[in-house]
Design a protein. Structure first.
Lengths: 198, 251
């Protein structure tokens, strides 16, 4: 169980260095292992900040996050954050370590699952927004791990593709934290719990 | 050969012909070969020059000095750029040194270095000093402007230091490095030959230029200058092509 207890976080003002108004205030959430939990809220409500806190990029000002010790966290960021100098295939393979043949086989399988086999060797800049999104998804699935954080993962994908890709993500991921502002997306991932950030 | 390439070659040839004509007309207007020799006279001198052993000996030695100075400068500048780009304190500590080297006139360096080094080594040291701050500033800029979101991504996916350097930093810095290498190479050539002129380095283009000025052989001075320009442009093109290959995936 991943447990987020009463966390508060405020960013520092880049000019004055002083803390601004908290983006997240006294927020709690429990994510049972093997479940899919959706965090919803409008823009600027701290959804992405929550992902950063879970990834350990920033520390909460107060409160605690437990249950992540020694766990591997994978992520689909809100932005694709792909390496623009690599092809789709190389972007996925970049997060893999270990046997070359095994990594190549997994990369191939994931490219197939996100329906990008034909575009595998194309440089990232030649792919459409939706295709780049699917590369980011495949990369997160390749990394694997105990928790998969998905920050608006299906944006830019058409309705039918959304359904197929969501089902394939669900089949591979153990525990999912979905950050979204779409109820429909939460339903696609079969979120057992929906938490609203207000 | 495609039509586009032929068109491009045609345009370049036309531009070259135009400037050769301007040169010829200017030379005719001046009317003294000693002050401004015509293109044909320079070409004739160049042809007779390339048939001498002295030409190849001077060219080879100067080229070697330029390359050594350039490679040392680009290596030191890249190392310093990587260090100061990643550690802000080092940047504060070392950047005055870079500013001083950059602002010092090349002739001051040449005269000063001649006190410590031989006329053969001075041009190498001068080229090194000219290239280092250029590579340093560009690489440091490349490091500091690396996309922080990509660095966060590398951290999230446990890239580790080596993979982050290889997959994120190096490709991000590469365009800055390329720009430093091309600019630096031009500087290395010019400063190295200038140092050779003042140092009277044995077997060098610089010495040949000095002697042609001394004996008022202006066509030879022009011929040597043409050699420097041609070699510099050719090597720069090779440099750009070979470094450019390292960048984006090509499929």
């Amino acid at each position: 169980m991943i447990s987020i207890k009463n966390i508060t976080f405020a960013y520092k003002n880049s000019k004055t260095g002083e803390k601004e108004a908290p983006v997240i205030r006294d927020f709690s959430l429990e994510i049972p292992e093997g479940s899919a939990v959706a965090v919803m809220g409008e823009s600027g409500r701290g959804k992405t900040t929550l992902a950063k806190l879970l990834l350990g990029f920033i520390e909460p000002d107060s409160g605690s996050i437990t249950g992540l010790e020694g766990k591997r966290i994978s992520v689909v960021f809100q932005e694709d954050r792909l390496l623009p100098w690599y092809s789709a295939r190389k972007n996925i393979a970049a997060v893999l370590k270990g046997e070359k043949a095994e990594s190549a086989a997994l990369t191939e399988k994931l490219l197939e699952e996100v329906e990008l086999t034909a575009a595998a060797d194309k440089p990232i800049r030649e792919l459409s927004g939706g295709m780049q999104r699917r590369v980011a998804i495949a990369r997160a699935l390749a990394f694997g791990g105990d928790l998969l954080i998905l920050d608006e993962p299906l944006k830019g994908l058409d309705e039918e593709l959304k359904k197929r890709v969501a089902a394939r993500i669900k089949a591979r991921a153990k525990t999912i934290l979905l950050i979204t502002h779409s109820e429909e997306e939460a339903a696609l991932f079969g979120a057992e719990q929906i938490c609203r950030l207000n | 050969m495609s039509r586009d390439i032929l068109k491009k070659i045609g345009k370049i040839a036309l531009a070259a012909a135009f400037w050769l004509l301007v040169w010829q007309l200017a030379s005719m207007a001046v009317g003294k070969e000693l002050l401004l020799p015509p293109p044909l006279s320079v070409l004739k001198t160049l042809i007779s020059l390339v048939q001498t052993g002295r030409f190849w000996l001077s060219l080879g030695h100067t080229l070697l000095r330029v390359l050594i100075g350039f490679l040392l400068g680009i290596s030191a500048g890249t190392l310093l750029g990587a260090l100061t780009g990643s550690v802000p304190f080092l940047d504060t500590l070392l950047s005055p040194l870079r500013s001083i080297i950059k602002a010092t006139p090349v002739t001051s360096f040449i005269v000063l270095l001649l006190l410590y080094l031989s006329p053969v080594r001075t041009p190498i040291a001068v080229a090194f000093l000219m290239v280092t701050p250029i590579a340093w500033a560009n690489v440091a800029k490349g490091v500091t402007s690396t996309d922080p979101q990509l660095l966060e991504m590398a951290k999230a996916f446990s890239f580790g230091r080596m993979r982050t350097v290889r997959s994120v930093y190096i490709p991000s810095v590469l365009p800055h490095f390329l720009s430093a290498a091309t600019t630096g190479f031009g500087f290395a050539w010019k400063s190295c030959v200038a140092a050779e002129v003042i140092a009277m380095s044995k077997n060098s283009i610089g010495k040949a230029i000095y002697e042609s000025k001394l004996y008022l052989e202006t066509p030879e001075l022009f011929a040597w200058t043409a050699v420097i320009i041609i070699i510099s442009m050719a090597l720069e093109a090779i440099l750009v092509k070979s470094i450019g290959r390292l960048g984006y995936d090509k499929h």
